[in-house]
Design a protein around this ligand. Sequence first.
Ligand code: COA
Length: 147
Amino acid sequence: MVTKDEGFFDHLAEGYQLVSRHTVMYPDCNTTNRLFGGRLMQWVDEAAGMFVRCTMASERVVTAQVDQLRFRRPTQLGELIEIYCKVTRFGRTSLSISVVVTNLDVSDPSAKRKKLETKMIWVCVDEAGKPCAYGSSGNATGEIRDN
Ligand SMILES: CC(C)(COP(=O)(O)OP(=O)(O)OC[C@H]1O[C@@H](n2cnc3c(N)ncnc32)[C@H](O)[C@@H]1OP(=O)(O)O)[C@@H](O)C(=O)NCCC(=O)NCCS
C-alpha cells in the first residue's frame, strides 16, 4: 500500500492524461538491468510530442525547451511504466506542458509513484519551420470506423 507521501501520484486528481505505457526490456537497460536515462528521455519526448500534436491539432510541432528534468526513482528490467501529460499554459504559438512518469503495479494500479517529472515548451511551426498560431485544441478522440 502506497501512502500519499511526496512520491505518490494521483493522475485523476491532478488532471493528467495517460499518453503511453512501456515494458522495460533488455535493450532498454544498462549492465545492472536498470533503465537507461536516455531511453526514458526518448520515451518522454515521443509521448509529449503525441500529446502536443493532438492538443494543438497540428502535425508540425517542435520542442523549444525542456526544464527541470528530475529522475526520482530508478526503473528495473521488467517494470511497466506510464507517461502522463497535462497542459499548464496555452500560448499563441506555444504550449507548456508537465510530464510525469510513474510505475504501473498491475496488482495495485492506483499505487503510482513518480519516477520522473519535467516541464516542456513546444511550439507549432509552419512549413518553413517558423512559429505559427494553432487554432484548435481538439484531443483526437473521434470515433473509430470499420471502413
Ligand atoms: C522553437 C522555435 C521554433 C522558436 O522560434 P523563435 O523564432 O525563437 O520563436 P519566437 O521567439 O517567435 O517564439 C515563439 C513562441 O515560442 C515560445 N518560445 C520559444 N522559445 C522558448 C523558450 N526557450 N522558452 C520558452 N518559450 C519559448 C515563445 O514564448 C513564443 O510563444 P507564444 O507564441 O505562445 O507567445 C525555434 O527556436 C526552433 O526551431 N528551435 C529548434 C527546435 C528543435 O529543433 N527542437 C528539437 C527537435 S523537435
